[in-house]
Design a protein around this ligand. Sequence first.
Ligand code: HEM
Length: 94
Amino acid sequence: MFFQFLDPFKFDPTRHLDENGNFIKDDRITPFSVGKRACLGESLARMELFLFSATFFQHFEFLPENDGEIPVEEYEPGLVKSPKAFKVRAKERH
Ligand code: HEM
């Protein structure tokens, strides 16, 4: 079955949360696969990703290359939809 989020181009992490702010588990999103051959490193990977990104955003603020110019939303063609390369400035927070 094909499935598409409502308003898929909108950055809206709240689509994955219920009214109490808890994560809604969705079997259609399985980055670590499911079943017998599912990823053995899932909990380690989740923990590392959390620590890595939290530390990153704690220490840096990310800004467009030129103030007020948000990069255009363009994607590389392919199996996985990835954004075309763009530059950002990482400014240390203090
Ligand atoms: C973001 C990080 C990761 C993602 C997205 C990921 C994703 C996956 C996926 C999709 C599979 C299943 C592949 C298949 O269907 O054959 C898999 C298998 C596996 N992953 Fe990961 N993985 C991640 C990190 C890790 C880490 C950190 C470890 C170990 C420390 C790990 C260990 C394994 C192992 C051992 C398997 C094979 C399981 C089996 O076939 O019985 N992975 N992973």
